[in-house]
Write a protein that binds this ligand. Structure first.
Ligand SMILES: [Fe+2]
Length: 276
């Protein structure tokens, strides 16, 4: 139980906010493809706080820092703490896990290292590590698949939301799809025996997806910085604004979700860039 967080409340609906792929830098003026990533992350957090969505928990789904810097992780910790709610995180391909473990811990207010969340409205959330160190694509190792199966066996009556960084469905963009989760079929086989798996949530592709995969609700969420344009074989940026996702987990197993994008500011990338 040491890796388990128990969220107790008497509410029927647990509300989550997902932020993903902030790509912060050591230098506060650091830019990714023409966007100051700290400024756009701050704007997302400001608009989350100003919204009327009364969220209980925050999920941060990887690529928190672009350059593996101490300062980037400290900056993420400081800023996300302003939401004043428990925050759970997983690594993306750009993250450096030894620093995540040392900087994103309980000593920084609301940040929590636990990966198994038991919500008392009949749900559990399972947060997976799909990083393959040093390369952009993802894979779930045997430890992750076994851990996932063990938790699903342990709580078969609970509805489950699976959270990882990498994408499963094609984006119809060859340059991006080469960086997908390479063993999605093994994930499918791991989940197949369990009837209460409801949703899969990820980041990584810097674009919104609301789809169904093997009967599960599949959700991808815009980055808090640069957006990638779907259906483009070669690298193409989108001019859509940074965003986040709201998720409601209902006690009858229903997922209600929507993507939000910032409205009080505008961030435009350098569309002349041809890669990153
Ligand atoms: Fe990523």
């Amino acid at each position: 139980m040491t890796n388990t967080y128990i969220y107790s409340s008497d509410i029927d609906v647990v509300r989550l906010v997902q932020v993903t792929d902030p790509h912060l830098f050591k230098d506060e003026s650091g830019e990714l493809l023409g966007i100051n990533t700290l400024a756009s992350f701050n704007q997302v957090l400001t608009e989350i706080q100003a919204s009327d969505f009364a969220f209980d928990l925050v999920l941060a789904t990887g690529d928190l820092v672009q350059d593996s810097s101490d300062e980037g992780y400290l900056s993420f910790a400081e800023r996300i703490n302003t939401l004043n709610k428990p925050v759970f995180w997983i690594p993306g391909n750009h993250d450096f896990q030894p620093k995540m473990e040392s900087f994103l811990t309980e000593q920084y207010g609301h940040l929590c290292t636990k990966k198994h969340l038991l919500l008392d409205n009949k749900w559990q959330i399972l947060m997976l590590d799909s990083q393959v160190f040093g390369v952009p694509h993802g894979k779930l190792g045997q430890y992750q698949l076994d851990w996932l199966a063990d938790r699903l066996k342990e709580y078969p009556e609970r509805y489950s939301l699976i959270v990882l960084h990498h994408h499963i469905l094609s984006t119809n963009s060859a340059w991006l799809d080469q960086h997908n989760l390479r063993n999605s079929e093994e994930l499918a086989q791991t989940l197949a025996p369990f009837s209460n798996v409801k949703g899969i949530l990820h980041g990584h592709i810097h674009q919104q997806v609301d789809a169904t995969w093997n009967g599960y609700t599949l959700m991808s969420t815009p980055s808090t910085c640069v957006q990638f344009k779907p259906d483009c074989n070669s690298f193409t940026l989108d001019t859509l604004q940074p965003g986040w996702r709201e998720i409601e987990l209902h006690s009858n197993g229903e997922i209600v979700t929507r993507v939000k994008r910032i409205e009080q500011a505008s961030f435009l990338p350098n569309t002349q860039e041809d890669g990153y």
